[in-house]
Design a protein around this ligand. Structure first.
Ligand SMILES: CSC[C@H]1O[C@H](OP(=O)(O)O)[C@H](O)[C@@H]1O
Length: 350
């Protein structure tokens, strides 16, 4: 099903309940095609999460939340027992291992499971609504912090990695939400968007969102990020997160830790923007975070064309872990924690 996708402001939402199905913006075909996928069963939803049709920690959390409703409706159609429905929900919950939002949001909606479909839908809608509210609050906190610390003389030059916009959330965005807030205040000179190999979330999705908003930007190779930072061309970097440990270690798209190391060496802020639903206090350090290893072909080919020699293997971790000591600030809807200065999530958000 293809429909006009509104973009800009928070109307854009990667995940939309239609009343009987889940409409997902198909992020695998952006920016060249804007299409939505109408999902009516659990296996299609699991596949959509695993192929990154829907992606981004809060967005897959919202999709997982509505996945409970899909399992109930499919169970009704196919005569499943309650245990069979619960097993289907578990498949959604386990569709990708790193972003804690998926587990947190499914578990939250499952607390209403015995009350039936309406209660499940009510809770899933609350998950989606609260994520947008959190993102807007995060945008303001992050913009305030950056303008107080960095942007007093002139608009800012910001670097970001992967996609953390409305496409990655229930609306508005996390790190890109901060950038949008800064832009709304007239305080963005330029954004450097890392292309984010191998799936190019930066060049395909972040650039699309920035263009829709009229925010000046460059797309750059991931390998350019450190040099851009060390040459003094960036005032701050801000990225998203998929899981934040109690000590502030943060799992995010592969390539993030290199950005953080360059920021530390250059002495500029490295910010992580994420809702508290991404903070996993049960995970004590980043060593405990399960990093998703994706298929070798994603790094060995592009657009179906093999780029590496026939005998080459592909090493494809989807995320890396940035130590909390490199995180200048963790921006959440509750404010900014200066992690590298000792303000740890486990102590401040517990
Ligand atoms: C707003 S969370 C976005 C977060 O999720 C992305 O991963 P993926 O595209 O594989 O879902 C990336 O780590 C982003 O920072």
């Amino acid at each position: 099903m293809s429909q006009e996708i509104r973009s800009g402001s928070e109307e854009l939402s990667a995940v939309q309940w239609t009343g009987a199905s889940l409409a997902l913006i198909d992020q695998t075909v952006l920016p060249h095609r804007t299409e939505t996928m109408d999902v009516r069963d659990v296996d299609t939803l699991v596949d959509a999460i695993q192929r990154l049709v829907v992606r981004g920690a809060p967005a897959i959390g919202a999709a997982g939340a509505y996945g409970v409703a899909l399992a109930l409706l499919q169970g009704e159609r196919e005569g499943w027992s309650a245990d069979e429905i619960r097993a289907a929900v578990a498949r959604v919950r386990e569709a990708r291992p790193t972003a804690v939002n998926l587990m947190v949001c499914v578990d939250r909606v499952m607390t209403r499971f015995d009350e039936g479909l309406e209660a499940v839908l009510e809770e899933a809608a609350a998950v989606q609504r609260e994520d947008v509210e959190a993102n807007r609050a995060m945008g303001a906190h992050g913009a305030d912090w950056l303008l107080e610390r960095v942007g007093v003389e002139r608009p800012l030059r910001i670097l970001t990695h992967c996609n953390t916009g409305a496409l990655a959330t229930a609306g508005w965005g996390t790190a890109l939400g901060v950038i949008r807030e800064l832009h709304a205040r007239g305080r963005v000179e330029v954004v450097y968007a890392d292309e984010t190999r191998p799936l190019l979330q930066g060049s395909r999705l972040t650039a699309w969102e920035l263009a829709q908003e009229g925010i000046p930007h460059y797309v750059q190779a991931d390998g350019a990020a450190a040099g851009t930072i060390l040459r003094g061309e960036v005032d701050a970097a801000i990225v998203g997160a998929d899981r934040i440990a109690a000590n502030g270690d943060t799992a995010n798209k592969v390539g993030t830790v290199g950005v953080a190391l360059a920021c530390a060496d250059a002495g500029i802020p490295f910010l992580v923007a994420a809702p508290t639903t991404t903070v996993d206090l049960a995970t004590k350090t980043g060593d405990e975070i399960h990093i998703e290893l994706r298929g070798e072909d994603e790094v060995l080919e592009w657009g179906g064309v093999r780029t590496a020699p026939a005998g080459s293997r592909g090493h494809n971790p989807a995320f890396d872990v940035t130590p909390g000591r490199l995180v200048t600030g963790l921006v959440t809807e509750r404010g900014v924690l200066e992690v590298s200065a000792g303000q740890l999530p486990g102590e401040r958000l517990g």
